[in-house]
Design a protein around this ligand. Structure first.
Ligand code: SF4
Ligand code: SF4
Length: 431
């Protein structure tokens, strides 16, 4: 059976709903830069429709066009016909990967995620050896490649954070609450908070403990799988999803906490679309109801209000997968504004994509930089000292942009500001 014939039936309902109104053009960050109709949701819907009608094939060129999308969901929330463009594009990527396979370097990277022991050893070696290929950036924001490495998405100017010398999950894996236990949660760390920003991950653990929550960090958790399945590699994405469902259903839990919106979106919604096994799907249904972003959870249970003064002017960037994926936007603002001394200034278009888009910025760095420039202009217009966000990939991309324009704004995870306000030892107020 042709790959198209396998999926045609599933796609037709969504394709038929599109009324070609073009509303999605006005919200698409990629279209705003490229001006190319193929970048819009409408353009991609039309391409997929042409495939189902037999006018186009699932070619490499089609794979490229469908991949030129941040998966930011702006077109989903803005669509008057409720076309589920996110599911449609995800399925199209899956079909295209089945037909053409995933690019070799990506396939290699995704497959390595399924061998966690080996992956962790490789990252351990990478931590030791990273200085051979990377050097400190002049402004101290991160590291920059000594030579261009296009296969890894690195040019000689791109700033990336170093791998942590000690991953978050090398710390104790069960943490008792401060005071009487109010709940018992698992913290799904994801890769970025574990291997790149463990201080932000530790801040999440600390503020949970401070709020009377017992925290476990399941040792057998894997990457959430988002980079794999959003690139169409469903076999790897499914394998990782299944391992995580097993890992999170081993013990009784009141909630599963995430500090990475893409992990949260995967665990809460996308796994339902990826898993086939009915037994695991049933387990996932229970898990999905428990998944909460850190600030969402703290606001829901009623967080402690013993905040100390933090004299900072802040602005906040909404990660796409947090605001449109998990529906969380007020909770981080509410908590940050409750800290005495915080001068909170909204930036213009705070919920617009920063241009990172997971692996998008690796493949389309120039477009992602141009999208990011608008975010940086808006942030700098506020004169804030710190830009706060709940996503490590946004943080990395914004830091890179700020470094390129020698900006002075610091970028921090929401949890780090909260930990500083709770005066948790080791969590200095950002100066
Ligand atoms: S907004 Fe929705 S209905 Fe209108 S063109 Fe875009 S996808 Fe189609
Ligand atoms: S998800 Fe975002 S980048 Fe992709 S088509 Fe929709 S609005 Fe454009």
């Amino acid at each position: 059976m042709k790959t198209t014939d396998k999926y045609k039936h599933d796609w037709q309902e969504q394709l038929a709903k599109c009324i070609r109104c073009g509303t999605c053009r006005s919200v698409c960050p990629v279209f705003a830069v490229t001006g190319n109709e193929n970048s819009t949701a409408r353009g991609k819907v039309r391409l997929i429709e042409a495939v189902t009608e037999g006018d186009l094939e699932l070619t490499h060129e089609m794979q490229q066009r469908i991949s030129q999308c941040l998966m930011c969901k702006a077109c989903v929330t803005g669509c008057p016909s409720s076309v589920k463009t996110d599911w449609l594009f995800l399925d199209a990527r899956k079909a295209l990967a089945e037909e053409n396979s995933v690019p070799f370097m990506k396939k290699l990277a995704f497959t390595s995620l399924t061998y966690r022991w080996l992956f962790e050893k490789a990252l351990g070696a990478g931590t030791l050896l990273q200085r051979l290929v990377l050097k400190d950036s002049p402004d101290g924001r991160g590291m920059v490649s000594r030579i261009p490495l296009p296969a890894a998405g690195l040019n000689a100017r791109r700033i990336i954070p170093p791998l942590a010398t000690k991953p978050l999950r090398s710390n104790p894996l069960v943490l008792k609450p401060r005071g009487p236990r109010r709940a018992r949660v698992a913290f799904f760390t994801g890769c970025m908070l574990n291997y790149v920003y463990p201080d932000a991950g530790k801040a999440i653990v600390d503020i949970l403990v401070h709020n009377g929550i017992e925290v476990t960090l399941p040792i057998d958790q894997y990457c959430c799988g988002t980079p794999a399945f959003t690139s169409g590699d469903f076999p790897v994405g499914r394998y990782l999803a299944e391992r995580n469902i097993e890992a999170l259903s081993k013990q009784p839990l009141d909630a599963i906490i995430t500090g990475c919106p893409s992990c949260g979106l995967a665990l809460k919604h996308e796994y339902g679309h990826i898993i086939d096994d009915p037994r695991l799907k049933e387990k996932w249904t229970e898990i999905a109801t428990k998944v909460h972003d850190i600030t969402q959870f703290l606001v829901e249970i009623g967080h402690r209000e013993d905040f100390h003064e933090v004299k900072l002017k802040l602005t906040y960037h909404d990660p796409c997968h947090l605001v449109r994926g998990m529906g969380v936007s007020q909770e981080p603002r509410q908590m940050l504004k409750a800290i005495p001394g915080i001068d909170f200034v909204e930036m213009a278009h705070a919920d617009e994509c920063c241009g990172a888009g997971g692996t998008f910025s690796l493949s389309y760095y120039d477009i992602s930089r141009q999208i990011n420039d608008k975010k940086l202009d808006a942030a700098q217009d506020t004169n804030a000292q710190v830009l706060v966000t709940g996503c490590s990939v946004c943080r990395m991309h914004i830091d890179d942009g700020l470094s390129r324009r020698q900006g002075t704004i610091k970028v921090r995870h929401t949890a780090e500001i909260l930990a500083a306000a709770y005066r948790i030892p080791g969590k200095e107020v950002i100066s």
